[in-house]
Ligand binder design. Structure first.
Ligand SMILES: [Zn+2]
Length: 152
Protein backbone atom coordinates (compact mmCIF):
# COMPACT_ATOMS: atom_id res chain seq x y z
CA UNK A 1 0.00 0.00 0.00
CA UNK A 2 1.51 3.32 -1.13
CA UNK A 3 1.84 6.27 1.23
CA UNK A 4 -0.91 8.75 0.40
CA UNK A 5 1.47 11.66 1.09
CA UNK A 6 4.81 10.86 -0.52
CA UNK A 7 4.03 7.76 -2.56
CA UNK A 8 6.53 5.57 -0.75
CA UNK A 9 5.46 1.98 -1.41
CA UNK A 10 6.45 0.12 1.73
CA UNK A 11 4.21 1.56 4.46
CA UNK A 12 3.95 -0.22 7.80
CA UNK A 13 0.73 -1.44 9.35
CA UNK A 14 0.47 -0.27 12.93
CA UNK A 15 -3.03 -1.46 13.69
CA UNK A 16 -5.53 -3.71 11.92
CA UNK A 17 -9.06 -4.63 12.79
CA UNK A 18 -12.16 -5.82 10.96
CA UNK A 19 -15.15 -3.51 10.80
CA UNK A 20 -18.06 -5.22 12.50
CA UNK A 21 -18.93 -8.40 10.61
CA UNK A 22 -18.10 -7.07 7.19
CA UNK A 23 -15.17 -8.17 5.09
CA UNK A 24 -13.62 -4.74 5.35
CA UNK A 25 -10.54 -4.26 7.47
CA UNK A 26 -9.55 -0.89 8.86
CA UNK A 27 -5.81 -0.42 8.96
CA UNK A 28 -3.65 2.26 10.49
CA UNK A 29 -0.51 2.70 8.46
CA UNK A 30 2.65 4.63 8.97
CA UNK A 31 5.10 5.69 6.32
CA UNK A 32 8.73 5.06 7.26
CA UNK A 33 9.87 7.69 4.76
CA UNK A 34 7.78 10.76 5.67
CA UNK A 35 6.54 9.49 9.05
CA UNK A 36 2.96 10.45 8.26
CA UNK A 37 0.10 8.26 9.43
CA UNK A 38 -3.08 7.41 7.58
CA UNK A 39 -5.99 4.99 7.64
CA UNK A 40 -7.02 2.59 4.92
CA UNK A 41 -10.12 0.49 4.52
CA UNK A 42 -9.27 -2.69 2.74
CA UNK A 43 -11.59 -5.34 1.49
CA UNK A 44 -10.29 -8.81 2.15
CA UNK A 45 -10.74 -11.28 -0.66
CA UNK A 46 -13.87 -13.24 -0.03
CA UNK A 47 -12.88 -16.67 1.12
CA UNK A 48 -14.42 -19.30 -1.10
CA UNK A 49 -16.12 -22.32 0.45
CA UNK A 50 -13.85 -25.32 -0.09
CA UNK A 51 -15.22 -28.68 -1.16
CA UNK A 52 -13.35 -31.68 0.23
CA UNK A 53 -13.47 -34.81 -1.84
CA UNK A 54 -13.06 -38.46 -0.91
CA UNK A 55 -9.49 -38.55 -2.23
CA UNK A 56 -8.61 -35.74 0.22
CA UNK A 57 -8.35 -33.19 -2.57
CA UNK A 58 -9.98 -29.83 -2.03
CA UNK A 59 -11.33 -27.37 -4.53
CA UNK A 60 -13.31 -24.12 -4.29
CA UNK A 61 -17.07 -24.55 -4.47
CA UNK A 62 -18.19 -23.99 -8.03
CA UNK A 63 -21.82 -23.06 -8.58
CA UNK A 64 -21.60 -23.58 -12.35
CA UNK A 65 -20.36 -27.10 -11.85
CA UNK A 66 -23.23 -27.85 -9.49
CA UNK A 67 -25.74 -26.39 -11.96
CA UNK A 68 -24.25 -28.41 -14.83
CA UNK A 69 -24.61 -31.60 -12.81
CA UNK A 70 -28.23 -30.87 -11.95
CA UNK A 71 -29.04 -29.71 -15.51
CA UNK A 72 -27.51 -32.85 -17.00
CA UNK A 73 -29.64 -35.06 -14.76
CA UNK A 74 -32.74 -33.06 -15.77
CA UNK A 75 -32.02 -33.09 -19.49
CA UNK A 76 -35.11 -33.62 -21.64
CA UNK A 77 -37.25 -33.94 -18.54
CA UNK A 78 -40.26 -31.64 -18.09
CA UNK A 79 -38.33 -29.41 -15.71
CA UNK A 80 -38.14 -25.71 -16.34
CA UNK A 81 -34.77 -23.98 -16.43
CA UNK A 82 -35.96 -21.69 -13.61
CA UNK A 83 -36.66 -24.72 -11.44
CA UNK A 84 -33.09 -25.90 -11.97
CA UNK A 85 -31.79 -22.46 -10.99
CA UNK A 86 -34.03 -22.45 -7.93
CA UNK A 87 -32.77 -25.91 -6.93
CA UNK A 88 -29.16 -24.76 -7.23
CA UNK A 89 -29.99 -21.58 -5.27
CA UNK A 90 -31.55 -23.64 -2.49
CA UNK A 91 -28.58 -25.98 -2.25
CA UNK A 92 -26.14 -23.08 -2.27
CA UNK A 93 -28.16 -21.44 0.48
CA UNK A 94 -28.14 -24.59 2.58
CA UNK A 95 -24.37 -24.76 2.19
CA UNK A 96 -24.00 -21.46 4.03
CA UNK A 97 -23.90 -23.35 7.31
CA UNK A 98 -20.55 -24.75 6.20
CA UNK A 99 -18.34 -21.74 6.66
CA UNK A 100 -15.00 -22.97 5.41
CA UNK A 101 -15.36 -26.46 4.05
CA UNK A 102 -18.04 -28.92 2.98
CA UNK A 103 -17.55 -32.57 2.04
CA UNK A 104 -18.57 -33.23 -1.59
CA UNK A 105 -20.70 -36.11 -0.24
CA UNK A 106 -22.95 -33.56 1.51
CA UNK A 107 -23.50 -31.65 -1.72
CA UNK A 108 -24.26 -34.86 -3.60
CA UNK A 109 -26.82 -35.92 -1.01
CA UNK A 110 -28.50 -32.51 -1.09
CA UNK A 111 -28.80 -32.75 -4.88
CA UNK A 112 -30.25 -36.24 -4.61
CA UNK A 113 -32.80 -35.11 -2.04
CA UNK A 114 -33.95 -32.23 -4.29
CA UNK A 115 -34.10 -34.36 -7.42
CA UNK A 116 -36.08 -37.03 -5.64
CA UNK A 117 -38.77 -34.44 -4.93
CA UNK A 118 -38.51 -33.06 -8.46
CA UNK A 119 -38.34 -35.95 -10.87
CA UNK A 120 -37.61 -39.68 -10.38
CA UNK A 121 -35.80 -40.03 -13.71
CA UNK A 122 -33.52 -37.08 -12.98
CA UNK A 123 -32.87 -38.59 -9.56
CA UNK A 124 -31.94 -41.99 -10.99
CA UNK A 125 -29.61 -40.37 -13.52
CA UNK A 126 -27.81 -38.39 -10.88
CA UNK A 127 -27.74 -41.30 -8.44
CA UNK A 128 -26.28 -43.68 -11.01
CA UNK A 129 -23.35 -41.32 -11.51
CA UNK A 130 -23.09 -40.46 -7.83
CA UNK A 131 -23.24 -43.95 -6.38
CA UNK A 132 -21.69 -45.65 -9.41
CA UNK A 133 -23.75 -48.75 -8.74
CA UNK A 134 -21.41 -51.67 -8.53
CA UNK A 135 -23.91 -54.07 -10.05
CA UNK A 136 -27.35 -54.25 -11.58
CA UNK A 137 -28.94 -55.61 -8.38
CA UNK A 138 -27.94 -52.55 -6.36
CA UNK A 139 -29.35 -50.38 -9.11
CA UNK A 140 -32.63 -52.30 -9.26
CA UNK A 141 -32.97 -52.15 -5.48
CA UNK A 142 -32.57 -48.40 -5.65
CA UNK A 143 -35.25 -48.21 -8.36
CA UNK A 144 -37.56 -50.24 -6.17
CA UNK A 145 -36.87 -47.98 -3.22
CA UNK A 146 -37.69 -44.86 -5.28
CA UNK A 147 -40.88 -46.45 -6.56
CA UNK A 148 -41.96 -47.15 -2.97
CA UNK A 149 -41.17 -43.59 -1.88
CA UNK A 150 -43.11 -42.20 -4.84
CA UNK A 151 -46.14 -44.38 -4.14
CA UNK A 152 -46.38 -43.33 -0.51
ZN1 LIG B 1 5.20 8.93 3.06
Amino acid sequence: MKCTFCGYSDTKITNSRPLDESSVVRRRRECPQCAKRFTTYERIEEMPLMVSKTDNQREPFNRDKLRDGVALACRKRPIDRSVIEKTVDDIEHELQEYVFEVPSRIIGEKVLKKLLELDPIAYIRFASVYYQYADIDTFLNELKRIKEIKEK
